[in-house]
Structure formats: C-alpha cells, structure tokens
Design a binder for this molecule. Sequence first.
Ligand code: ARG
Length: 510
Amino acid sequence: MSDESGESAVRRDRFSGGPARGFLSSLAGDARIFAADLAVDRAHVVMLAEQGIVDDDVAGEILAALDEVEAAGHGALTEGEDVHEAIETAVIERMGPEGGRMHTARSRNDEVATCLRWRLREDLLDAAETTLRLRDVLVDAATDHTETVMPGYTHLQPAQPTTVAHYLLSYESNVARDTGRLLDSYARVNESPLGAAAFAGTPFDVDRERTAELLGFDGLVENAMDAASSRDFLLEATSALATHAVTLSGIAEDFVLYANRGYVDLADDYSSTSSIMPQKKNPDTLELVRSVAGEAAGDLSALLTTLKGLPRAYNRDLQNAHPHAFDAVESVVAATEVTAGAVATATWDETTLEAAAGEGFSTATGVADLLAMAGLPFRTAHEIVARAAAAAEERAAAAAEERAAAAADGTTATSGGDTPDLATLDSVTEETLGESLFDHVSREAVERALDPAQSVASRDSVGGPAPDAVASALASAEETLDADAATVDARRAALADAEDALETEVARYV
Ligand code: ARG
C-alpha cells in the first residue's frame, strides 16, 4: 500500500492480521467468487459513473485495471485478506489512489453477499441441469422396460410384482421434485444485496435497481441490514441439494442391491475391481454416490449451526458459512452426473427379474383383490389367502426336507413352491366359508391373478404399474421435463443477456 496515504493505510497496517493472518484470510477459497467479484465491481463502477459519483475517466481507468486483474487471474492476487480487498489493492497498484474510488458507497459486506448469490445461481442452474439429465435417462430406461416385470419390495421383503419402468419412474418423479426445489431456491438466491453497504445504507445517491439489472438479478434484497447479513439463501439451496442427495442415495442403494441379486448389470465404466480378488466387479461408484448424502447432510448441518444465533448484522462467522454450500454443490452435482451415467449404461436381466417377480407369493394381494372384487369383504379375502400362503409355506418346507433326505440317499423327491396352487386355495376357502372358491371366481381368473405379468397388467389405476398406466406417466414425465428444461434455458439466457449488457456498458468507459 506504499502509494496509498491517509488513515486507511495506517489502519490496514495495524490490522494486517499478524500471526492470525492466515486464519483470517479467505483469499484461497475465494477463487470460486473471483469472476463474481469482477462482475460486481464492474456493475458498481458503471453505476457510480452513471450517477455522477465517480468521473467517467476514473471509471474507465478502474474498469481497464479490472480487465488486467482478470487476465492475470485469481492466482496473481496477493495482498488482502479476501478477494474483495485483493482486487481493490491490485486495481490501486495499477492506477494509483484514484482506484480507491471503486469502493465508494459499498462495503465488503454487501459485496460478498452479492458475489455469493451471483455464483450460486449458476451453480443452481448446473445442479438443476444435471437433475434433468438424470430424469432423461430414467425416462429412457423406463421406456425400454414397461413390460419387464420385477419384484417390488416393502421392508426389503418381496411384496408385489411391478415393472422396471414403474420402479424407475418412481425415482424420476422424485428427482423432478428435486429439480423443482433447486429452481424454487434460485428465485430467492437471484436478488441483489448490492448497495446495502455495511448494513446501514449509504448517503451516496446509488441506484440499486441499476446494479441489480446489470448483474442479471431479478430484484433487490431491499432492507440493507437483511441484505448484508442474511444467509438463508444458502440454507435453502443447500437443503435442496441435500434433499436431492438423499434421493440419489436411494437409487444407489437399490442398484447396489439389485446388482447383488443379478437383476441389473452395471457397465464396467461404473464399476471397480478388487486389488486382490481378480473375479470381482464392484458397484463402487454407486456406493460413493450413496455416501454423498452424508456429505451434503453434513454441509447443511454445518451451515445451520454456523448461522444459528448470529446477531445482526454482519459477523465474520459468515465467511465460514458459504464454503459448506459450495462443497454441497460440488459433491451433489458430481454424484448426479455419475448416477445418470450408471443408470443410462446399466442393463436389466429380464429373465432373472421375471423369475424373481413371483417369489415369496408376491401375487397374494392380487388374489385377495380378486376375491374382494367378486364380492367378499376384503378382510375375509385377506384371511383366506393368508391361510393358503401358510399352508403352501408348510408344504414348501416339507418338500425341502424331503429333497435333502432324497439327496442324501440318492433318490429324487417332489418339489414344492411357496405359492399356493388352486387346490390349496379352494380347500382353505371351503374351510373358511363352507363354499368352494370357484363359486365366487373362475379358475382362469385365479390363474391370471397368480401370474406376475398379469398381476401387473391388472393394476392400471393412475400411477400403477400396468403398461397403460405407465405409458401415460411416461408422457407426463416427458412434458414436465421439457418445461423444466425450458425454465433452465430461459434463466441461463437471462444471465447471458445481462453479462452482454454489462460488457457493453463497460465498453463505453474503457
Ligand atoms: N471475506 C468476508 C466474507 O466472506 C467478507 C469481508 C467482510 N469483512 C468484514 N470484516 N466485515 O464474509
């Protein structure tokens, strides 16, 4: 600061940090907001010139110096405890004390808040865009598998047969809400705090609307104290990211489990092997995706606890808050990209899935539904099917014992599954009602209900797995996906337009 005289230089020398210098500094991490700070500086200087607060020629010199600072890059910054101070110092080094006019009518407090929002809105659009890609591959895979039956689970026990398409679309709609949350948070991130100064406004005749417009913000965070100190926009964005990471962890967990059961085969690109066991193909990428939920939850928790109980207005704790949000952006966006790649390249084993789909008497509910549709109270139907299931289970256990004994003495034994046959269902119905099963339903209808594919086809209520129901779900998923893609494109275009407009304004002075 040799070329700067007066109180400011004296105070900077006195408060240069001493042994705490490194602890105080955010300069390294501020690389993420280097471009943001240059944009904020440019918009601010243009506004100062337009308002007659700074002469046009001084504005031109500052703006030219900023171009040089940009060309030199963040790594060339040395002096200053953060990127804001370092860029100002670099400008003053290039043009002398007049460069210090750049910081008229603002503070690092409104400056950093503006930079964070400027950067985070891009990050949110990137995050939203990766969710679109994931939804796209989920829809594509679902389109290929509307007839591929698979077991559906509750409590990780075989429950009812469904289809791969129905399963995949269950995540598509979940991810669609994640996209929605990211885009909702964008609306509150994209407001300008610039012009709030330290927290108490400024006597200079600043035009806050103008800097907001030059920076592509949709409006102002009006109250200056709120603008300089609130960080709920970080919480909201990080919460949306952490929520999405939880969705991803569910997809990852299922794929790890389904790979274990031979239902799905992951592409080699998304698998790893073992350094000792040569035969191994492990779903490591998806295990890492699963872990990102922990990381993002940690980021959210760190943010919440850092911000909790902070007094108004600015406190330096805030410098340690936003890195958690940016960490969540990085890990969650990477996890989404990898998940999309893994889903797009995975292959589903239709034969294994079909065999598994009927295991554990998964069609039981369908049989009970059939009896209830024929007029029995559902509870009675449930009881009949439950008893038949118990009888079949006993028979399956006896058959297994017989098989073991037969294997021991080299004879063959009869086999028995745990799904009841028509005779069992009929005799249990006799015991329960004193009437034959076939007084109520036809043999063919029971046979259909016991068949996994036909069981699936019968469940055609809205949102159900029947291929018809899935076809209309697919159509509406594609529609929502297109609409969300258009929203992301429109926002990107608005930001690009603002950047062009700012460049044009800057060019008037340089
Ligand atoms: N680097 C700081 C931050 O990230 C901004 C500086 C404001 N500093 C201050 N002492 N008021 O929050």
